[in-house]
Design a protein around this ligand. Sequence first.
Ligand code: CA
Length: 466
Amino acid sequence: MFYLATDARPDRPTRKCWECETENDRAVRECISCNAPLSDRRFLLATRWMHERFDATLAWFDKKLEHPGMLRPVDVFIHNERQLFTVVPYSGEGLMLDEAAPLASTRVIDLAQRLAGTLAFLHNNGVQLARIKPANLIIARDNSVRLFDLEVEAVHDGPVPEAHRNAELNSVGHMLRRYCDVEDTELQTFLRAAWEGAFSSPATFGREVDKRYEQFVNGGPTPTIAGMTDVGLVRQLNEDNWGWRKLSDRARLYVVADGMGGHDGGEVASELAVETICRIAEEQEKLQPAGLDALEELFDHAFQTANNTIKEHAEEKGNDMGTTLVSMLLLEGKTALVANVGDSRGYLFRDRELHPVTRDHSLVAKMVERGRITAEEARTHPHSNILLRTVGTERDVDIDIFRVDLQTGDRVILCSDGLWGEVEDRDIQEILSTYSDPRIASRELVKAAHHGGGKDNVTVVVVGIP
Ligand code: CA
């Protein structure tokens, strides 16, 4: 969670000097006591609730390490014994969290190089991180990306031991893969390898990135697609997930999942669902199924496998995780199969109008269908969160599949209920009409969900038909 702190307080008559703490009149430009210039300062405060790692983070702060790849905090402190705050000066930087995918491949590679260098520096100084997430990256005004609010796992006396040197790379691969273009399978495969532990240290990872630099540089990202997920304004955990995969020259797959089950539940279920659907669809597509019926079977098989994978995992763990799923198989860029379970939705945006493609498997959707309540009443109904079907909770799962013949200029939107629950369809339509760039449109949709209350995680994937 982030806070912006500022001493620009026109509501207060005086301002404290940052140098000598003298209270000065607001109109004065230099401190009456020490002559220091009186300028407003702003700070970004990042806070976490991870008790066990507080000591390591404080030990890292005490080392006062400096590196161009990270922001050194002005303070790190513990509040109420359970909340850790990291404070950095703020002058209009952006957050990586606010960036929709895909980024240009060159940008992803630059990020990989920079993170490899910063991690190698930290390791040499005995600092081992738990993981790196988009929330740990700040975008400076010159567009360079820096680590901040480090989640420190341990601080060693000497350099980090060999055996612990590849731990953070899993999270780097996992995170950066998300920002890869759907068409850039080379880079995705490489980062996937990092995620799965193929590199023993940041240095070996960095050398491999350097070696492949030329190979990966393939121009700009596909301008017609975007994907983004956001924790929202209330929850501490993002249990949504999304993904895309180029299955073959003719087929692309897009997925949104909204997990449920709390910590180690929902986020695991939604990720398993996205990964399994992509993997199975890719395997099945290699068999070159012909005709839409065969592709529907492919979809059904992929959903069933995701269902069983999550169910087995839940039984192992002894919890009851599950997830919604909505997925689009785009064929030759002109035919879409959209499949769903639960209340994550697919919409078609055509000629500046938004049309629902999927039907929710929820109690309120059924009540609306039967004329017991109106669609408007369903939005605020006390049972609006009861789902009739989810992935991973029963032995078998029924899926609905919808066929859409696409036209040039169409856009298909896949989203979790964190979007449509906070933003009415006519406002989604308005935003899509206003912003033709899908990356900007998805950011605006997330922002609109925040303005609507941001009570839930929000995920959106926008696919334009060129
Ligand atoms: Ca949700």
